[in-house]
Design a protein around this ligand. Structure first.
Ligand code: HEM
Ligand SMILES: CC(C)=CCC/C(C)=C/CC/C(C)=C/COP(=O)(O)OP(=O)(O)O
Length: 313
């Protein structure tokens, strides 16, 4: 090997390193979480968008989402080792030292919260801290105790759009109370929370059923673990898909969206119900896979039409 090659292999991250960083930060999942934060910010922006406030909100939330992923994987090294889906993650495969991950997790999470307090507002920072706390202190340990963990996980997954919603409110005026609860107790924020909360249930049930053997092997207690026929999981997935669709129509019912939201939402939600129905009628891997992949399209599509037809009242 020439000197140049040695030097470059020491400094430039190899494709393996880049991949490990993506896995450690659960990059694709975190990216979609941040899309929901962006949508929350956008929907609660009155008048022209405050681009700097948006950048600070997204930066803080992104670092927190990465930090959450790092700590979650640090807490699950032993169980992740037992599942094919997760065994090759950098920590269980021992490509990364737990000490390094611990330091990275702290740096990301602490910087994120401080950044949100200083550059955005106390409400966004508090919601972000709550997201981390629910995900790491309640959901992650609960995965090995009770199948209700999914409901708790869905709470942490439904808070990030509210971070964006709160972020758009900016700094308080002098006359404002210390903590402005009214920002998040509003119809738009409630819509985003309910939509995200409910959407995660069919999203996860489909994948939970596909990976039920792995979850059992890993020692995770999940709804689909004892359901080899798929009857129970597909019933739950169908029921929660109906609930998701009901939540998805709320802004149309309250007059928050323009005329074209309704037909667009009918198509997007109709496809979700159709795929959940197919999974219910024939619970097998192909129907579960289709439902899971469609959930990954359903959410951005619905958030997209919400943004497009949202009335700035
Ligand atoms: C109870 C809450 C949730 C659970 C248990 C859950 C579970 C999972 C699992 C196990 C996967 C991995 C599938 C695989 O390895 O092939 C996955 C993928 C994914 N999830 Fe979720 N999820 C939840 C919430 C969310 C939320 C809130 C979002 C974003 C808004 C989200 C977005 C995604 C995305 C984008 C993927 C694909 C990631 C990839 O291909 O790397 N999930 N989810
Ligand atoms: C701003 C901020 C802090 C954002 C973070 C949002 C967040 C915590 C989303 C997590 C959603 C969730 C429960 C995913 C499943 O994780 P899992 O641990 O069950 O997935 P795994 O089995 O693949 O490890």
């Amino acid at each position: 090997m020439t000197e140049t090659e040695t030097t470059s292999s020491n400094t430039a991250p190899s494709p393996g390193t880049m991949k490990d960083i993506m896995v450690l930060t659960k990059f694709r999942l975190s990216a979609m979480v941040i899309v929901t934060t962006f949508v929350g910010f956008w929907l609660n922006s009155h008048g022209p968008l405050n681009w700097w406030l948006l950048v600070h909100t997204i930066l803080g939330s992104t670092l927190a989402a990465f930090g959450a992923a790092v700590f979650n994987q640090l807490m699950e090294i032993d169980v992740d080792k037992r599942m094919k889906r997760t065994a090759d993650r950098p920590l269980p495969s021992r490509r990364m030292e737990p000490g390094a991950a611990f330091a990275i997790g702290w740096l990301l999470s602490a910087f994120a919260i401080i950044h949100l307090v200083k550059m955005v507002n106390l409400e966004a920072a508090t919601l972000c801290a709550m997201t981390l706390a629910v995900y790491l202190f309640i959901y992650t340990p609960m995965k090995q105790q009770s199948a209700w963990n999914t409901i708790v996980g869905a709470v942490s997954g439904a808070l990030p759009p509210l971070i964006g919603w709160a972020g758009a409110a900016g700094q308080p005026a002098e006359s404002d109370p210390y903590f402005r609860w009214q920002i998040i107790v509003s119809p738009g924020a409630i819509y985003l929370f309910l939509l995200l909360f409910l959407w995660q249930l069919p999203h996860f049930l489909a994948i939970n059923w596909m990976y039920r053997d792995e979850y059992r092997k890993g020692g995770f207690v999940m709804w689909a673990n004892d359901d080899d026929t798929g009857a129970k999981t597909s019933r739950l997935a169908f029921l929660f898909s109906i609930c998701t669709v009901v939540a998805a129509f709320l802004p149309a019912l309250t007059g928050q969206t323009g005329f074209w939201f309704l037909p667009a939402a009918c198509v997007i939600n109709g496809a979700l119900l159709w795929l959940a129905w197919k999974f219910l009628k024939t619970p097998d891997r192909p129907t579960a896979r289709k439902l899971f992949f469609y959930t990954l399209m359903h959410l951005p599509l619905l958030l997209g039409v919400s943004m497009a037809f949202w009335k700035r009242l």
